[in-house]
Every structure is written in C-alpha cells, then in structure tokens.
Design a protein around this ligand. Structure first.
Ligand SMILES: Nc1nc2c(ncn2[C@@H]2O[C@H](COP(=O)(O)OP(=O)(O)OP(=O)(O)O)[C@@H](O)[C@H]2O)c(=O)[nH]1
Ligand SMILES: [Zn+2]
Length: 368
C-alpha cells in the first residue's frame, strides 16, 4: 500500500514534545531531560504522590536531589542565581515539601549549585502550572527503568518557543453585554500548553487608528466571585466600560491566573499573605518570580484581529513592554482603576511600590 509521507504520526514537533512532557508532569510522572551524553529524570514535587516519590528514590538509589529556584533559595537564606540542588538521600516526601515551599522552613543541611539541565526542567513545571520544585536524578545510559517516560531534548525547549505566537481564530460570535451593548467574542487556539483564550470586541473599533485595548489576566477570585483581595473584577468591568466610552475597543482576556502561576499557586500564596507576607514575597516563598506572564499570545491575537497599534488600558508597565517586544505599537496608555478596600489596599500598595504600577494610590484612597 502507498503511504502518504506528509502524514507521519511518528514525527513529533518540538511543541508537541513539550505538550506531552507537561501532561506527564501533571499526571505525577517523571519526564526525561536529555542533552548530549546524559539524561536526567525529573518529577514535579507539587504533583507527585508520596508513594511515587518513594519509588523514584529507590530507582535513583537515593542519589536523587531536589531542585529549588533562585527565589526559593533566597527565601531559605541561600544566594544562588541558577538555583540549588538539595541531596535527598534520607529525606522523605514531607520534609522535601517543607524545603520546597513551606513558610519559614529551615535551611537544608547541604546543597550545591543546581545542574543546568535540572534547572531547565522548571520551565516544564511552569508550563504545567505546577510549583517549580523538581525531584531529579541522573540516569545511567544502560538503565532501562525509565524507558516508558516521555523524553525531551534540552534544545527542544528553545525550539518550541515559536509556538507561543502560533494562534488561530476558531470562531467569532456576537454576545450582547449588560451595560456595554454589542460585543463579539473571538476564540483563539494555540500557543504552548494553553487553554483557548478570548478577545471581546466592544462595538466597532476603527482599526485604521490606534485601537483602545485592555489586556486582562484571568482572576477567578476577583473576576468571577467579587473577591475583595484584589481589584481585578472592577478593572474587568471598568475596562469594558472604558472601551465602550472610547468608541469601541478590544479586551483580550488571557489565561494567566495568578500572574501566570495558576490558581493552585495563587491560593497557596494567599495563605502566606494571610500570615503577613506581601504578594511578591508570598510567591517567592513558593519558588516563583514576581510575574510569570508573557505576552506573545496577546500580540498574536491582536494581529489576527488586524490590530497593529493600540492605546493600552493598564497601570502595568510590563504589559506595555510585553506588547512592544512582540511587535505591537503602543501609542499611549490609559489607567484602569478599581475600588480600594481594607482587604486589597496592601496588595495595591505592593503593586505600586514593588512592581512599578502607575496607580495613584493615595488619591484613590482619599476618593473612597
Ligand atoms: N500570584 C498572585 N497572583 C495574583 C495575586 N492577586 C492577583 N493576582 C493575579 O494578578 C493578575 C492581575 O491581573 P491584571 O489586573 O490583568 O493585571 P495587573 O498586573 O494588575 O495590571 P493592570 O490591571 O493592567 O493595571 C491576575 O492574573 C490575578 O489572578 C496574588 O496575590 N498572587
Ligand atoms: Zn484579582
């Protein structure tokens, strides 16, 4: 029988390899990171059953270690730009978890600078929306015990980067909105390990001039449930109103819960905030940087809508930089505010003082 060579299911693209590895980590299974001459197995501690953790320790003959990021090392009082490796011989699941993300954990008894291949595996955990604490072990060339695990080449991670901008519009349909009126919802599919994302086109913006655009990061607690801990719900609704008042515009709603860390990490961070940490230190305690959001998807979605120049509705300078870095002209920006409450004032203060947001907080407080 003749075979159509263009239809070869055996060929995996770099992004398909990454997507598979991400799915495996989320199932609590190890993935293999490979570079010339060596392989390591890596497991995301955030998503592994204690029994599998023990099984991994036996397979590694106790020569496994725990990769922790620079941010987590710093919280443990250790300066190491590339992160650290903590030897795990004799350390069980609970103690490893404490080292990885418990509040006020003791320094580990021993550590070394992290192996760059183990450090690279944190990118897979990020994509999987898992905490970047990885249990890793070198695999001997003749060791067949990990043969069933998904392998990924170090270089593949870089090669898959292009997929972050690779989106298609799936559908665009009218949805009338309360207080806003006519709007279209456009659904986009693509990127790297991302859910479908949406753009809400309010009215009929003039695409010949810079288009009023709000880039909004998803916030289940604020957008959906009216949480008082942040200003997101107000910003979502005020943003839509501002676009309508500007004669039409686009709200891009990005799959970026918890500044790109996922709802699990965000709720853990809220727990630490209830114990006195601010939003940035709480994330660092979990091994996370202050902001994990990327803007390739937003730029790609705007381009597919025929938009190359925008007036951005935001207080966040990194959103402006992120769009510009991905080829969108930002000709100006407009502030989007919410209500200041006793529950969110510290969060807003931290955003202003530590993340450079252009909020005029004192005048907002005075206006309440
Ligand atoms: N990790 C973490 N994420 C949070 C916390 N509070 C809110 N978020 C997330 O922060 C993001 C806020 O999104 P936006 O309102 O679009 O962004 P912004 O950075 O405030 O910028 P602008 O609103 O455009 O000025 C959402 O993804 C929320 O889920 C927190 O305490 N920890
Ligand atoms: Zn929020």
């Amino acid at each position: 029988m003749r075979q159509d060579k263009s239809f070869d299911f055996a060929t995996l693209t770099p992004e398909a390899e990454v997507e598979r590895a991400v799915a495996e980590l989320r199932f609590g299974r190890p993935v293999i990171m490979r570079e010339v001459g060596r392989r390591i197995a890596a497991l995301a501690l955030d998503c592994v059953a204690p029994a599998l953790f023990d099984q991994f320790a036996r397979a590694a003959e106790n020569r496994h270690s725990l990769f922790l990021t620079r941010e987590r090392a710093d919280r443990l009082g250790i300066r190491a730009d590339g992160g650290i490796a903590v030897p795990l011989a004799g350390i069980g699941f609970d103690e490893a978890s404490r080292l990885a993300y418990a509040l006020s954990s003791e320094k580990p008894a021993a550590w070394t600078d992290a192996d760059p291949l183990a450090a690279a595996s944190q990118e897979l955990a990020r994509l999987a929306l898992l905490l970047p604490a990885m249990v890793t072990s070198e695999i001997a060339p003749e060791d067949g015990r990990f043969a069933a695990c998904q392998e990924i080449d170090f270089a593949t991670l870089d090669q898959s980067e292009g997929a972050r901008q690779n989106f298609q519009q799936v559908v665009r349909t009218r949805v009338p909105l309360k207080e806003i009126g006519d709007a279209d919802f456009a659904v986009f599919r693509g990127g790297l390990a991302q859910k479908d994302q949406i753009a809400i086109i309010v009215g009929k913006p003039d695409l010949g001039a810079p288009v009023p655009v709000r880039i909004h990061s998803s916030c289940i607690t604020g957008d959906l449930s009216g949480s008082l801990k942040c200003d997101c719900g107000d910003q979502l609704r005020n943003g839509l109103k501002q676009l309508k008042a500007a004669g039409g515009g686009v709200l891009v709603y990005l799959d970026q819960e918890g500044r790109g860390t996922g709802i699990g990490a965000k709720m853990r961070a809220y727990g630490y905030q209830h114990q006195g940490l601010d939003t940035i230190d709480a994330d660092a305690e979990l091994g996370l940087a202050s902001d994990h959001r990327r803007y390739e998807a937003a730029a790609a979605m705007l381009s597919l809508l025929g938009i190359s120049s925008v007036v951005l509705h935001t207080n966040n300078p990194t959103k402006i930089d992120g769009l510009r870095a991905n080829g969108i002209d930002v000709s100006g920006h407009v502030r989007v505010t919410g209500t200041v409450t006793t529950d969110n004032v510290n969060y807003l203060r931290t955003k202003t003082l530590r993340a450079g947001h252009t909020l005029e907080l004192e005048s907002l407080i005075a206006a309440e």
